[in-house]
Design a protein around this ligand. Structure first.
Ligand SMILES: C[C@@](CO)(OP(=O)(O)O)[C@H](O)COP(=O)(O)OP(=O)(O)OC[C@H]1O[C@@H](n2ccc(N)nc2=O)[C@H](O)[C@@H]1O
Ligand SMILES: Nc1ncnc2c1ncn2[C@@H]1O[C@H](COP(=O)(O)OP(=O)(O)O)[C@@H](O)[C@H]1O
Length: 295
């Protein structure tokens, strides 16, 4: 039986809203990276499909029938024409509804884990299509490594070569639902970013990213003013190279030269906040990659 499958936190290093589709969904351009922080998912042998929640944030999310992990499991089983089975255990460490895609990462982890455990060998493109049906962020979470995301999340391409870099995540423990933030957004659209093929070090990456923005930051602050306090606290940390909000918030991130300085800086932040400091995760996952040109 498979071990723990990692569901790392997704970080939008920049997020440009470039347009809007006729159905109301927003067109995005975003560089997405994955932090060492995350949830974990495990499958144990059992008959009927079930889900048990554990971990520091587990109590905030009931094992309701529409949990994204169960939806992913049922969708995969249905596509394969098999009954969904097994006892899933989700260790929930990421705050819920916080702009770091915990639910999307869990759904993607469920697709990877169950495809393997059920011996399905689903083609990467077919798995990515199932992922897109579960949420706009699930395809990029299936990749699980630094990726450029466009369209509403379905157009994925290789990220610039990422340097060694530390990342700190901080959330004021206030949930912020994604639809409300998109609804509150005002202003023009932003063109897609122009990115180099890679960065020599974290400082060069931060300088380049500083020319980009998160187009949802203003809307998130209007709905949840403490986001501005988190951003100010991060920007003031010694060694901080860039402070910005991730996704639709309320989690904000700060970049540091290395994982050790991000970890030390996290300890300075208020204990009442959810905070994490460390490095990025960038594993090669060729078996599940639907990126043009493969891994
Ligand atoms: C904003 C982003 C950036 O990575 O992240 P989060 O803040 O959610 O982590 C994502 O695009 C979110 O993806 P995801 O969380 O999967 O969104 P979904 O469940 O598909 O959509 C929730 C709702 O957000 C709005 N939505 C979402 C994505 C998009 N490109 N345009 C939208 O307008 C729609 O109102 C939709 O009904
Ligand atoms: N396994 C899950 N983890 C987190 N949220 C989930 C999960 N399953 C369903 N949800 C629902 O999805 C919504 C978005 O959750 P999440 O992915 O954490 O948000 P965000 O992408 O903003 O970080 C939550 O409000 C929650 O009710």
């Amino acid at each position: 039986m498979a071990g723990w499958e990692a569901a790392p936190a997704k970080v939008n290093l920049y997020l440009h809203v470039t347009g809007r589709r006729a159905d109301g969904y927003h067109l995005l351009d975003s560089l997405v990276a994955f932090a060492g922080a995350g949830d974990r998912l495990r499958l144990e042998p059992a008959g009927a499909l079930s889900l048990a929640l554990e971990g520091s944030e587990g109590a905030t999310l009931a094992a309701e029938p529409d949990n994204l992990v169960l939806r992913a499991a049922r969708l995969l089983a249905e596509a394969a024409g098999i009954p969904a089975s097994g006892r899933l255990r989700l260790e929930k460490n990421l705050p819920v509804a916080s702009g770091i895609g915990g639910g999307s990462a869990d759904a993607a982890a469920a697709l990877r884990l169950l495809d393997r455990a059920w011996g399905l060998g689903t083609a990467p493109e077919a798995l990515a299509a199932l992922a897109a049906r579960l949420g706009a962020d699930v395809p990029v979470c299936l990749e699980c490594r630094a990726t450029r995301m466009q369209g509403v999340g379905e157009i994925l391409s290789a990220a610039p070569a990422m340097p060694e870099c530390g990342i700190l995540l901080a959330n004021p423990r206030l949930p912020l639902p994604t639809p409300a933030v998109f609804r509150a957004r005002r202003g023009d659209f932003t063109p897609p970013a122009v990115l180099p093929s890679g960065w020599a070090d974290a400082a060069a990456m931060a300088r380049s990213l500083a020319a980009c923005r998160n187009d949802l930051e203003e809307a998130a602050i209007s709905l949840c003013p403490p986001v501005a306090e988190v951003l100010a606290a991060l920007a003031a940390l010694p060694g901080c190279l860039l402070a910005r909000m991730s996704g639709s918030g309320a989690t904000c991130f700060a970049l540091f030269p290395d994982a050790g300085s991000a970890e030390s800086a996290a300890a300075i932040l208020p204990e009442a906040w959810w905070r994490w400091g460390g490095g990025f995760t960038n594993p090669p996952l060729p078996a599940y990659s639907a990126l043009a040109g493969g891994a």
